[in-house]
Design a protein around this ligand. Structure first.
Ligand code: PPE
Length: 306
């Protein structure tokens, strides 16, 4: 992330220099995780830089804020335009965009009283999330010893900052064991998702993916891949998935804004399929990248020009 003096951050509707985008150490969110955020990507297209499914991300940010009762001092339209503005202001091409709405500096105490919400948007270049070569070769994963936080404890369809303590525990453990990513099971022992991605199985030419009752974040990339697959005549079964099913899947892959479509070639020493990116994954991945890069005229509506 640049801090070269030229980068600006959008803050409650105004651009501020990178170095000035600071908050007090007594900010509510720092203590209690009371923030909600988004991860969005913009890509270069033949018609210029465009943000992928920006409206859906803005809608989810406002849903997350509602779920956690975080009052928003700006409108969805301001955030929508702010994401585009911050890309232009920083002269970025393909990049990652991070809006965050957090409870700022006010009285501490779990019950937030008279605490202002601050809304910021940053944008910066971010390459392959799970390492160089991951999109082509696939990654090695492990089942986490940590259970995915449950929807009886958190609104799991929201993207709350504090929820990511669960993800951080899981991904740290996975990396320490020499794997690229963790797969978390839900409280019932069914497959939920990765620390920052949704998970798909390819079984006999069909897709299978866990549903919201497995405490997943219903990803926008997940939805995009389901729609892209459908256009190819590939159906998706949304249902609970047992751990053992992973080992027998023909292919596995992760989806996420940061992770895009990342093949999984191993789970705890179990080789998945041929141990490399499978043909269905490759087909969907190729179509996904064509879509985000504006090469699929049928899905232009998913792109917001900068
Ligand atoms: N589950 C989790 C837990 C998750 O964090 C993400 C996104 C997804 C699923 C996929 O959602 P979507 O991006 O709408 O397809 N994770 C974001 C944060 C990653 C990070 O390290 O920070 C992301 O991909 O931007």
């Amino acid at each position: 992330m640049a801090g070269d003096g030229k980068t600006s951050i959008w803050w409650n509707g105004k651009l501020v220099p990178f170095a000035d985008a600071k908050t007090h150490v007594l900010s509510h969110c720092l203590h209690y995780g009371t923030g909600v955020f988004e991860g969005i990507r913009a890509y270069e297209t033949p018609k210029g830089v465009a943000v992928f499914r920006l409206q859906e991300h803005v809608d989810r940010l406002f849903f997350s804020a509602k779920a956690y009762r975080i009052p928003m001092p700006v409108t969805p339209k301001q955030v929508f335009d702010g994401c585009r503005e911050v890309i232009r202001a920083n002269d970025l091409r393909a990049c990652y965009i991070r809006p965050l709405a957090f409870l700022g500096h006010g009285p501490l105490g779990v019950f937030p009283k008279n605490v202002p919400t601050e809304v910021v948007i940053a944008a910066y270049p971010w390459g392959a999330y799970l390492g160089e070569g991951s999109l082509e070769k696939g990654i090695r994963t492990t089942i986490s010893s940590w259970t995915r936080l449950h929807h009886a404890s958190f609104p799991t369809a929201a993207k709350g900052s504090g929820q990511y303590l669960n993800s951080t525990l899981a991904v740290r453990e996975a990396r320490e064991k020499g794997f690229e990513e963790a797969i978390l099971l839900d409280r019932n022992g069914n497959v939920a998702e990765g620390s920052g991605e949704n998970l798909f199985l390819v079984v006999k030419g069909r897709l299978v993916t866990p549903g919201i009752d497995s405490s997943i974040l219903p990803g926008i990339t997940r939805d995009s891949v389901i729609q892209i697959a459908k256009a190819f005549g590939i159906e998706t079964e949304v249902r609970s998935v047992s751990r053992g099913e992973l080992y027998g899947a023909d292919e596995l892959f992760f989806t996420g804004t940061a992770a895009e479509v990342t093949p999984i070639r191993e789970v705890d020493g179990y080789v998945i399929g041929e141990g490399r990116r499978g043909p269905v994954t490759e087909k969907l991945q190729t179509a996904f990248f064509r879509t985000v890069k504006g090469e699929d005229p049928a899905r232009e509506a998913w792109l917001a020009r900068v």
